[in-house]
Design a protein around this ligand. Structure first.
Ligand SMILES: [Zn+2]
Length: 159
């Protein structure tokens, strides 16, 4: 509703997707969230968004870090438990465990960049490399999901 003062059209930020919408909108035109529940005035929203966006990057960083610890520990345990005995299965185990350790290292890079919210392109690249290295393990798929989330939250990174 246009009342001429612009009061109803006070810009607000959708809490669900972060888009800038009008306070008069009943629903966010981008994601459909109800604005009454989803939006706050920009002055609050800006502050809220910083906390919100660093929060969701931080949770992605924690996921990346959890994977890194898991991958590196499992990788070392499997690698040291499988003495080379000439069997192809042992070689495969050792190869997979090395890939897991490398995946973990790239995942740590992703986590650090997500925590400091810097270097989106590097964070995404490291995450994809980490995922591809872990693809022989099913867990690479989780890494690709994290990469997708990173891409979705790319504006949360400081440019
Ligand atoms: Zn929205």
């Amino acid at each position: 509703m246009e009342d001429g003062s612009g009061g109803d059209n006070f810009p607000v930020t959708c809490k669900n997707c972060g888009s800038t919408i009008s306070q008069s909108d009943k629903h966010c035109k981008y994601c459909g969230a109800t604005t009454a529940a989803a939006a706050a005035p920009v002055s609050y929203a800006t502050y809220g968004d910083i906390k919100y966006s660093s929060g969701r990057l931080r949770s992605l960083g924690i996921q990346a870090l959890l994977w890194a610890f898991f991958a590196i520990i499992i990788g070392f345990v499997v690698f040291s438990a499988s003495e080379p005995d000439g069997s192809p299965f042992t070689d495969l185990m050792r190869m997979t465990s090395i890939l897991a350790i490398l995946s973990g290292i790239f995942s740590i890079i992703t986590a650090i960049l997500a925590f400091i919210r810097k270097g989106f392109a590097f964070a995404l690249t490291a995450c994809i490399i980490s995922s591809v290295l872990a693809l022989p393990l099913i867990f690479g798929i989780i890494g690709l999901f994290v990469a997708y989330k990173l891409y979705k939250y790319r504006n949360d990174f400081d440019q």
